[in-house]
Design a protein around this ligand. Structure first.
Ligand code: ZN
Length: 379
């Protein structure tokens, strides 16, 4: 099964005469050590099968959706390998032979939607949280360009220039040697220029977020000097890497750097939150205040300590969330206990088009109560 990360294709896909089934499933090993997510899947499928009749009158479209649901079920039960993945998204439109699978590094809310278009918002929200890295290995003759995204690596280009390794040995330094040297300099300039052009072209196609340069100090400097200014701003690290490094090791090095960069990004985000709270402006901290802000539609970025879970209460009618009141202040309905209010909060945040950011081991956020939010507006 080829994994496609072609989100653009997904977003622009239209079912036409057929419907599209979009499945999101939380497959987090911490929550479902024995793959109990198959129970959630069966519940979602059962509900969807009941509703097909309301979605379309066409016999052909109904049959195609039935096939989509069977295909999704077979895939999750028999083909899907969870490994370290915590979320799964599957899109199927058998009538148009459309099928995409995304294995995700974060848990995601269980949903199965059958509609004219793919339901992409949970996926785009989650993918916004995951940055795409480009790693370039370069020396004076060759270059390799890699894309690293969601823990996967793909090699895209191999550039080879015929640059002489050094000026020919000579007993005396005459016009011929100077000519060769000039020629070599031209080739070197041309080589680095070509690598930077290919990188820019790669950026335009793939829109990576960050750039890592690998090679000798000299080669990195030569390449950096020729890079487009916009790409220079995207450089997050420069490391010594041998050009012939196996792909697996390039991935490992890139993930180490990614980890460092992402932790730095998270620290700055938490600092931004603390500053907003400190100036009693556009920030709230702690579960109770964060849930309240979400219920008011105020949240711009929701911050949650990675892996944090807490029980809470939800209004089944209007999705109001709280931890310590009995009845919904909006509609008066008795609130229902849920074991994981954070999961509910993330679902609501996604529905409101907020950014969601899981924060790894940050003592400031932990002290706040493992949750906080940067707000769009004050009430
Ligand atoms: Zn309510």
């Amino acid at each position: 099964m080829v994994i496609k990360y072609n989100l653009e294709e997904l977003k622009s896909f239209k079912g036409g005469d057929f419907l599209v089934a979009s499945l999101y499933l939380n497959v987090d090993g911490n929550k479902y050590p024995k793959k109990e997510y198959t129970i959630s899947l069966k519940g979602l499928l059962k509900q969807s099968r009941k509703e097909i009749g309301r979605k379309t009158k066409s016999r052909q479209a109904k049959d195609a959706v039935e096939e989509d649901l069977r295909k999704i079920e077979r895939f999750v039960l028999y083909d899907f390998q969870r490994a370290n993945h915590k979320g799964l998204a599957v899109f199927s439109c058998s009538g148009n032979e459309f099928w995409q699978v995304y294995r995700l590094p974060r848990p995601i809310c269980d949903t199965l939607i059958v509609d004219r278009d793919p339901y992409t918002r949970p996926l785009t929200t989650l993918l916004n949280e995951c940055h795409k890295y480009c790693t370039i290995l370069v020396d004076h003759k060759r270059a390799r360009i890699f894309e690293v995204y969601l823990g996967n690596i793909k090699e895209h280009s191999f550039i080879f220039e015929n640059v002489p390794s050094k000026v020919r040995e000579a007993r005396w330094y005459g016009p011929e040697e100077r000519r060769i040297e000039r020629h070599t300099d031209d080739l070197l300039r041309h080589h680095y220029k070509k690598v930077s052009e290919v990188t820019l072209d790669f950026f335009k196609r793939k829109l990576f977020d960050w750039l890592i340069l690998g090679g000798s100090q000299k080669a990195i400097q030569e390449l950096e000097d020729t890079l487009h200014p916009y790409l220079k701003e995207k450089i997050v690290d420069r490391v010594f890497m041998d050009l012939s490094l196996p792909v697996g090791e390039v991935l490992e090095k890139t993930l180490q750097i990614e980890n460092k960069v992402e932790r730095g990004y998270e620290e700055r985000l938490v600092q931004q939150l603390m500053n907003q709270i400190g100036s009693s402006n556009l920030g709230v901290g702690g579960l109770s205040d964060t849930l309240f802000a979400l219920s008011q539609g105020q949240v711009h970025i929701l911050l949650v300590s990675d892996g944090f879970r807490a029980p809470g209460l939800v209004c089944e009618e209007c999705k109001y969330m709280a931890i310590d009141i009995k009845n919904c202040p909006i509609c008066g309905t008795k609130l229902t206990k849920v074991p994981d209010i954070i999961g509910e909060a993330i679902c609501v945040a996604i529905a409101q088009n907020c950014q969601v950011r899981h924060i790894s081991q940050n003592s400031e956020l932990e002290k706040l109560g493992n949750t906080g939010a940067i707000l769009r507006f004050k009430t």
